[in-house]
Ligand binder design. Structure first.
Ligand SMILES: [Zn+2]
Length: 435
């Protein structure tokens, strides 16, 4: 389908002008033209009137686990290690393909409503996540989470490789599949080497949690005499394929230098790190050093929503407070992290900006709302004032998937009912509350 978006306040996140008023012509899946008045040249396209809306690139959620939507609110106010071992892992053991499907559908519904057009997800039951992404129309980088502590590593890696073979490139390239060693502390050295070799063979990237808590770093130093980043670097994990490292809250200066030299992309998950008391990562320093940084929500069990607008605002605020420096993380830099840098980090460099030739992943954000007027600086407004409820229209790959806040690819009522039923089934046993 092709469209002429008319009279929008365009925030392209590329080029010289931070914003301007104009039209965007979309032909098939790409942006064909951007200009003052494109009606004469593209009069045959179906028009989307956009006066009173900001047109901007879709948001990128570069780290999440959407099936965990079923676990929303199941274990708040607990330390990470207890949260995982006493709440999350026992509940995850009870998941089935049917319940996972309900969680995945509720995840894509929630992200689409808030203007996320691409997400990066590692978990299990990933066939269900792939089906949900495909049905929603979203773009996704998916991987089967891999661990070998406690055995079963080889079988999980076989599932991870099968996911690549079955799903990579599906949906006209909207689905991308990588491999995901869960974390340095859940994978042994030989397993990490094996996964990296498989990724290099398949020509796919790696997605891993790294240095999320201080305890993870202390345990790594005690067991290996190395930080998690040093250990992964020594195992050659950063050499042959792109690596996405989630969290990176606790990094030494040497760790930061390794990430910069090896071009490892870091995913900042400010609200999850705050909620789990993990800390605040050195994101301004990483950005200043030229490390690619993306933004993520993490799973709904540690956030507890998948609203990237909240992460944008948190990323812009927490470093100012922690560093006692209001010049850190300015609005334009945070939007670049949330859109083009996020897109490139999860393997979709053809998305993330509004430029001719780029994929047509476009949001229309309603500015005639109480929290959006008066409007003087659109970049400031998007970072410090806007929220998910301002997202009116979403196009992905040139396809209209949300229009006037109505879902065009998903049945909201049914998805919410099925998620509620699946969560009640999951929690229906008697042991999960016993902490
Ligand atoms: Zn995670």
């Amino acid at each position: 389908m092709s469209w002429l978006i008319k009279g929008a306040l365009i925030v392209p996140l590329a080029g010289e002008k931070p914003w301007f008023t104009g039209d965007i012509a979309v032909i098939d899946d790409k942006i064909a033209a951007i200009g003052d008045d494109l009606t004469p040249a593209y009069n045959d396209l179906k028009k989307i009137p956009a006066q009173g809306f900001i047109a901007m690139p879709g948001l990128i959620n570069a780290h999440t686990h959407i099936v965990m939507n079923l676990l929303r609110g199941c274990g708040d106010d607990m330390p990470l290690e207890d949260w995982l071992s006493k709440r999350i892992f026992p509940l995850e053991n009870r998941l089935t393909a049917d319940t996972a499907r309900a969680g995945a559908m509720s995840g894509v519904l929630e992200m689409l409503a808030s203007g996320v057009t691409a997400f990066c997800d590692s978990y299990f039951f990933m066939d269900e996540v792939a089906k949900a992404a495909l049905q929603s129309g979203m773009r996704a980088n998916l991987s089967r989470g891999l661990t070998d502590s406690g055995g079963g590593g080889a079988e999980r890696l076989r599932e991870g490789v099968a996911l690549v073979k079955n799903w990579d490139g599906q949906g006209g390239g909207r689905i991308k599949v990588w491999l995901s060693p869960h974390a340095p502390y859940t994978c042994g050295d030989s397993y990490l080497r094996e996964i990296e070799a498989e990724a290099a063979e398949l020509g796919v990237g790696l997605n891993i949690h790294v240095a999320e808590t201080r305890r993870e770093v202390d345990d790594s130093l005690a067991a290996y005499g190395k930080t998690p980043v040093e250990r992964l670097n020594d195992l050659s994990l950063f050499d042959r394929v792109p690596t996405l490292a989630a969290h990176c809250v606790w990094l030494s200066p040497a760790d930061q230098a390794i990430l910069r030299q090896k071009g490892v992309a870091v995913v900042h998950n400010p609200q999850s790190n705050l909620k789990l008391g993990s800390g605040i990562g050195p994101i301004p320093a990483l950005l200043a050093a030229g490390v690619p940084v993306a933004l993520g929500t993490d799973g709904a069990a540690s956030n507890n929503n998948l609203d990237l607008w909240e992460e944008i605002r948190a990323a812009a605020l927490i470093h100012k407070g922690a560093g006692q420096d209001p010049t850190l993380m300015p609005a334009a830099a945070v939007l670049r992290v949330a859109c083009p840098a996020g897109a490139a980090a999860i393997g979709f460099p053809e998305c993330g900006t509004l430029e001719v030739g780029k994929k047509a992943d476009i949001l229309l954000v309603d500015i005639d709302r109480p929290n959006m007027r008066p409007l003087l600086d659109p970049l400031s407004q998007l970072v410090y004032s806007a929220g998910a409820l301002n997202v009116d229209t979403v196009l992905i790959d040139g396809r209209l998937v949300l229009r006037r806040q109505e879902f065009l690819t998903l049945d909201q009522e049914r998805i919410l009912a099925e998620a509620q039923a699946a969560a009640e089934k999951l929690f229906g046993g008697d042991t999960w509350v016993a902490v």
